[in-house]
Unconditional design. Structure first.
Length: 318
């Protein structure tokens, strides 16, 4: 069996920057509150008519270039998203068509902020078992379309963007392990309901019990980091880079502390991107690769949690 290795990365952000000061002019909030509670300073918001697939396509093309891979060589397309262009077909099918790929499997993964970790883990299984040779794995979101812009407790948190990787079969070790979890008992902590308002739920917009999500995130990520290290028989010091889901700098710092890592070993984009859900890890990963911090051979830990609740990690050698 061959290993599954990341061959190239890419990302894309919409042009429009929305700062905390911009938000303070529409809801009762302040730059000071947002920065001190979350670490977020600004986020990107998709333009009118700019869809999740538009962002995904730009990130995917960059990842294909970086991998030196033709679209025609891709035999699996997975898009992790919670904000698909359509209910169906899946965004992966729309993306596949844009890239001129015809025939190979293409599907979306819906695990909210853990979506990219789920998608990468699935791609690895396809490659390890010989079912695919080159997979395009994308995390792409237009969270701005499901945010309630009148709710200051959530609208300050989210942003839009996309990140992508090409994963290929290789004799060299790449993805070392993946660990996926979910517990639907916590479905109401963080949700977008499509139920009618008469049934007691806000329809079509994010609602979140932020405090409880925060506590669950810290606890589950703590256990997840322990599980990932134990399965690989690794010490904390063996991990060179932490690429966490970018929801809140305080949650990220708690995980880094658990790993005994200094913050300069953590790729942080939450200050500039906000929480881009399934796009946050591939966006952060690509930023670390492109600015030269993450080097070939480095051991990288990706970890995420999100609606579901879902949580998971991927440990890889870049
Ligand atoms: N500006 C100013 N005040 C605010 C704002 C705001 N934007 N939002 C809430 N407040 C107020 C609240 O109304 C409350 O006021 P009160 O004390 O008068 O009632 C006060 O600030 C404190 O609110 P809390 O919710 O207790 O604030 P907390 O310190 O918990 O921070 C936060 C809130 C940042 C949301 C935090 O709970 C958090 O980060 N939770 C995790 C959220 C997360 O990561 N979600 C994404 C998961 S990933 C996914 O799947 C999408």
């Amino acid at each position: 069996m061959s290993y599954a290795r990341v061959l190239g990365t890419g990302s894309f952000l919409p042009e429009r920057v929305v700062t905390n000061a911009d938000l303070a002019s529409t809801v009762d909030t302040s730059d000071e509150w947002i920065v001190s509670r979350t670490g977020i300073r600004e986020r990107r918001i998709a333009g009118p008519g700019e869809t999740t697939c538009d962002l995904a396509e730009r990130a995917a093309r960059q990842a294909l270039d970086a991998a030196g891979c033709l679209a025609s060589e891709i035999d699996l397309v997975i898009v992790a998203t919670t904000t698909p262009d359509r209910v169906f077909p899946g965004t992966a099918c729309l993306l596949q068509e844009r890239l001129g790929i015809h025939g190979p499997a293409a599907f979306d993964v819906q695990a909210v902020c853990t979506g990219f970790v789920y998608a990468l883990a699935i791609a690895e299984k396809f490659i390890r078992t010989g079912s695919a040779k080159r997979a395009l794995v994308v995390g792409a979101e237009t969270m701005s379309r499901i945010v309630d812009w009148n709710d200051r407790s959530t609208c300050v948190l989210f942003g839009d963007g996309a990140g992508a990787v090409v994963v290929g079969a290789s004799d060299e070790q790449g993805i070392l392990s993946s660990h996926l979890h979910a517990d639907g008992a916590y479905k109401d902590l963080l949700t977008v309901s499509t139920e009618t308002p008469e049934r007691g739920a806000a329809s079509g917009r994010i609602t979140m019990r932020g405090n409880e999500v925060f506590r669950m995130a810290v606890t589950t990520l703590d256990a997840l980091v322990g599980e990932t290290l134990a399965v690989n028989d690794l010490k904390k010091a063996d991990i060179r880079w932490l690429v966490p889901h970018q929801a809140n700098i305080r949650i990220i710092a708690a995980t880094a502390k658990r790993l005994g890592m200094a913050m300069d070993q953590v790729i942080v984009t939450v200050d500039r991107h906000g929480n881009t859900s399934a796009a946050s890890i591939p966006l952060a990963f690509d930023s670390g690769v492109r600015d030269g911090r993450i080097q070939r051979g480095d051991v990288v830990l990706m970890e995420a949690f999100g609606g579901g609740l879902t949580w998971g990690s991927v440990l890889l050698r870049y």
